[in-house]
Write a protein that binds this ligand. Structure first.
Ligand code: CTP
Ligand code: ZN
Length: 150
């Protein structure tokens, strides 16, 4: 008997191929559970073609570009699947933004982007795989990128 671990959804967004262990951080970016009214399901440590992965499904909702940029920083290998009437009608990989502006906080407390002036945080991509970013202002590389996401 085939075990049905993952139930298909009718309409909404499936964020698939999330690095195992990162689903909770994706939920945080989507402001779930704090302010959601959507039906959300999470699967962690599911066996995929390339090892373990996490999956997040948000019913009846599509994600905005800002959320997608944040998810790209947390899970650079994630795919976004748009589901309509049970069918995958759109599938794309998340894409790292060219400039990471106003998305993550610099971990250097004395960085100008953390001062009271309205200087927005800004990072440059150092490498994509593994993902490394560094602060445009102070060159600090965050150890845990997901941790700094606002
Ligand atoms: N999915 C879902 N509800 C549906 C259709 C698909 O939750 N009605 C989920 C699947 O469980 C899968 C993801 O959406 O996690 C992508 O579905 P699909 O493209 O059918 O799977 P794969 O071909 O395995 O995807 P990929 O090639 O991206 O790994
Ligand atoms: Zn900085």
């Amino acid at each position: 008997m085939k075990e049905l671990k993952i139930i298909p959804i009718k309409n909404g967004t499936v964020i698939d191929h999330i690095t195992a262990g990162y689903a909770v951080k994706v939920l945080r970016v989507l402001k779930i559970p704090e302010s959601t009214s959507s039906v959300v399901s999470v699967a962690m440590n599911v066996s995929g073609k390339m090892g373990k992965k996490d999956i997040v499904k948000v019913e009846n909702r599509e994600l905005d570009p800002h959320e997608l940029d944040k998810i790209a920083l947390i899970a650079p290998k994630a795919t976004i699947n748009i589901i309509r009437e049970y069918e995958v009608v759109k599938k794309h990989k998340v894409e790292l933004p060219n400039e990471v502006v106003g998305i993550a906080k610099c971990s250097n407390p004395t960085c100008i982007s953390n001062a009271r002036e309205p200087v927005k945080s800004r990072f440059q991509i150092v490498s994509k795989d593994p993902l490394r970013i560094k602060c445009y202002y102070c060159d600090r590389e965050p150890e845990d990128i997901a941790e700094g996401i606002i």
